[in-house]
Design a binder for this molecule. Structure first.
Ligand SMILES: [Mg+2]
Ligand SMILES: [Zn+2]
Length: 202
């Protein structure tokens, strides 16, 4: 059986309109181009897995249980086009939290690759064929550290641009929106095997 390939998705700001610490399902909306982009990627055989930092749990803004409704709402929104979410992985931790059990220095918070590695293990995913799409360089680093290629959607949420000599923080591509990110991945498939090399991966 062919190994699965995945698009790992940051949630807030990347697929969902960013409302800090929102867990009200009624306020969750997808960003423009997300459904079209996911449809394109679905047609290329990718599965979709959310990889999200949810420090609001450690900071006492909401509870882990509240993410059940968030995940359900996102699944509903994708289902409009028959798209399926294969997994929802999140880090509930924060070193500066107030809820003791979550206020630790963990290994799963992005930019660490642990959530992606866990997801790959659970779902039998070939990381070398997979991509991470996010809107800050911590997402990019998590993806590349896990062995994926990474795309940054430059929507203004990354405002530090700290690379610090870490090549994993340099995206394979920078897009204006989700549709462009999906199109870029699609174009990689088109140029493969016909002698063209549109892009040299670092
Ligand atoms: Mg984000
Ligand atoms: Zn964590």
């Amino acid at each position: 059986m062919e190994a699965k390939k995945a698009i790992f998705l940051d949630k807030d700001g990347t697929i969902v309109r960013d409302i800090p610490y929102n867990v009200n399902p009624d306020l969750i909306t997808l960003n423009e181009g997300v459904l079209d982009g996911l449809e394109l990627l679905d047609s290329l055989g990718y599965c979709f897995i959310i990889i999200s930092n949810q420090a609001g749990i450690a900071r006492g803004y909401f509870e882990e249980q509240d993410l059940v409704g968030v995940e359900r709402r996102i699944r509903q929104l994708l289902n409009q086009r028959g798209l399926v979410l294969s997994g929802f992985y999140y880090c509930p931790h924060s070193e500066d939290g107030i809820v003791p059990e979550y206020s630790i220095k963990c290994t799963c918070r992005k930019p660490g690759p642990q959530l992606i590695l866990n997801a790959a293990q659970d779902h039998g995913i070939d990381l070398l064929q997979s991509w991470m799409i996010g809107d800050i360089l911590d997402d990019v680093e998590a993806g590349k550290s896990a062995g994926c290629k990474s795309i940054l959607i430059n929507n203004g949420n990354e405002d530090q641009w700290q690379v610090n000599g870490n090549l994993n923080r340099i995206p394979n591509w920078i897009s204006d929106d989700f549709w462009d990110a999906a199109s870029f991945i699609s174009n990689q498939h088109k140029t493969k095997g016909n002698g063209q090399r549109a892009f040299e991966y670092s």
